[in-house]
Design a protein around this ligand. Sequence first.
Ligand SMILES: Cc1cc2nc3c(=O)[nH]c(=O)nc-3n(C[C@H](O)[C@H](O)[C@H](O)COP(=O)(O)OP(=O)(O)OC[C@H]3O[C@@H](n4cnc5c(N)ncnc54)[C@H](O)[C@@H]3O)c2cc1C
Length: 391
Amino acid sequence: MTPPFEMIIIGGGCAGLSLAMRLTSLPEKKRVLIVESRTEYRNDRTWCFWGTDSAQLRHLVSHRWQSVSLQTQDRKVKVDCRAAPYEMISAETFYAATLQKISQHPCIELATGTALTSEPWRDGDLWRIETTAGQSAGRILIDTRPSLPIQTGEAVLWQSFSGQEIECDEPVFDPTSATLMKFLPVEDARIPFVYVLPFSPKRALVEFTVFSPIPLSADELSQGLELGIAAEVGAAEYSVGRTEHGILPMGLTKPAPRAQPSSVRVGVSSGGARPSSGFAFQRIQRWAQACAEALLAGDAPVAHAPDSWSLAAMDKLFLRVLRARPEFSPNLYLSLFGVKTPHSLIRFMSDQATPADCASVVFSLPAWPFLGEIPNFISRRKYKIAGGPIA
Ligand SMILES: Cc1cc2nc3c(=O)[nH]c(=O)nc-3n(C[C@H](O)[C@H](O)[C@H](O)COP(=O)(O)OP(=O)(O)OC[C@H]3O[C@@H](n4cnc5c(N)ncnc54)[C@H](O)[C@@H]3O)c2cc1C
């Protein structure tokens, strides 16, 4: 068995690599092991966020949009977001940048094709793990694994999406503006919409997304995606490049796991995703920065910082309304984005709202769907959970 590591990071995805990249100034004698089950890194996703002053890794941005739009069948809202553009980092660029930095550090070891085979356990002052490559031990454990299999009741709503990057034979897209939500009729408690990131007049990522109490597989989303693309491209012919699929929790129903002095659990299933939107990339970057600073100072690792009471309460109430009255959601989103000061909304969505921003968001929304849910919110009445676990 190899001598113990200073730290073991389980999972070399967004959270694991973001932390490891910031640990490259660790003294060389402090060895770090990253255990990652995938054998190779592919361009498997795109990360979008608002380019606010505090957004991190903006030098990796490959595309930015100066405006975004939302629409229902009879209404459209277009938001000028030049002050904090909607920005995208491709997974390919992020992986290349982080892996290059990590590979230059002699004491950070990335073990790809190596999966954890049982839960880590404590042995004296060490954490031990069993992997497909054998046993290892470390003083500190950072666990970034998502909770699998996904259990339906573990989130208030699930955001399931499936997308294709397509290239058309004629110009059909406006590359200056991203479509965040083009709503389709709400059915069976499902809130479906199409998301379009146009990279050029002929090329775009088109995604079919559903917010619903039950997570949906790529197969279940395939018909919606096909129809969504057809509506975007009209008569143009197109070829399909990269595809992506994801299922993100919106509002975890279990409290985030407690950090221990030498171990934390982080990532999308452990507080990394913003409850009301599923956005996680910048939250993960802020965690990675804070955790690396703590570790470099010789302190204990930190988990995701909890949201402020007011933000958490607003998200919870918003999700309750989406879940209880899905038919109102398209208009709620359009009201939200129709706010007079879009920068307030962008700061709110980027976890940086001031009290004035929160007030502006609250006043942009119609009161009555929320008033109707407040008694349930206060009495913490449980949702009826439909469906079972999915693989
Ligand atoms: C397709 C897609 C698009 C997204 N787009 C956005 C976006 O635009 N904006 C945004 O803010 N968020 C977005 N997200 C949400 C979030 O930012 C990502 O899911 C992000 O990758 C989460 O980081 P993570 O480290 O928690 O999980 P991951 O990046 O999934 O990393 C977890 C790692 O753990 C590894 N692992 C799992 N089990 C084991 C095991 N037993 N042993 C060893 N390794 C293991 C996995 O292989 C993986 O590499 C998107 C998610 C997806 C899936």
